[in-house]
Design a protein around this ligand. Structure first.
Ligand SMILES: [Fe+2]
Ligand SMILES: [Fe+2]
Length: 186
């Protein structure tokens, strides 16, 4: 573990992602920490900017800070984790981190609407939540989404998210990605 970054924020992130994130990720065979690490590793391998790597690592933090109990989607409840997570992140990081996170559910709806084969790439939990989250986008919703200055980063993040559900993947550890924290703080 690196000691370069020893701040309350670092400890807070470790408490959430390493201390709490061992709950299962939706219906898949991996936990939230593995999902976070895989998303960040895909972002890094793709040459994404540091803020997008960090956003990929932290994109589902809203699942870990809500008070709705385990797997609310199974009970037909949308935890609105993208809004919750983005609000939490916006108190700690700039918009390059928080906004792609806020838009990562909209980006799924966007990709399912604009790419005919995208729906087939969704994991079962993402299919299940799609309707709860609003289903496909209308023409007005597509235009609103495209008007957001960080929508392209949200789409990138979403593609890493979809690929980050491999029970056999190996990744760098959480600490590896924390080196981007200081540069992205607000
Ligand atoms: Fe998510
Ligand atoms: Fe995710």
């Amino acid at each position: 573990m690196s000691t370069a970054l020893s701040t309350p924020l670092r400890q807070e992130l470790l408490d959430i992602f390493v201390g709490r994130a061992t709950r299962r990720y939706g219906l898949s065979e991996i936990n939230q920490l593995q999902h976070a690490l895989q998303a960040a590793a895909h972002a890094e391998a793709d040459g994404a900017p540091p803020a997008t790597v960090l956003a990929s690592l932290l994109h589902d933090v809203g699942h870990m800070i809500h008070q709705l109990g385990e797997d609310p989607a199974a009970r037909g409840v949308d935890d609105v984790h993208e809004e919750l997570g983005a609000k939490w992140l916006a108190e700690r990081f700039g918009p390059e981190v928080s906004e792609p996170v806020r838009l990562h559910v909209a980006a799924k709806r966007y990709l399912c609407t604009t790419e005919s084969d995208y729906f087939g790439k969704l994991a079962p939990d993402s299919v299940r939540s799609l309707e709860l989250q609003g289903g496909l986008m209308s023409a007005d919703e597509l235009a609103d989404f495209r008007a957001h200055p960080l929508h392209a980063e949200a789409v990138r993040l979403r593609r890493y998210d979809e690929e980050a559900k491999d029970p056999r993947a190996s990744t760098p550890d959480f600490d590896h990605f924390l080196r981007h924290v200081e540069a992205c703080r607000r």
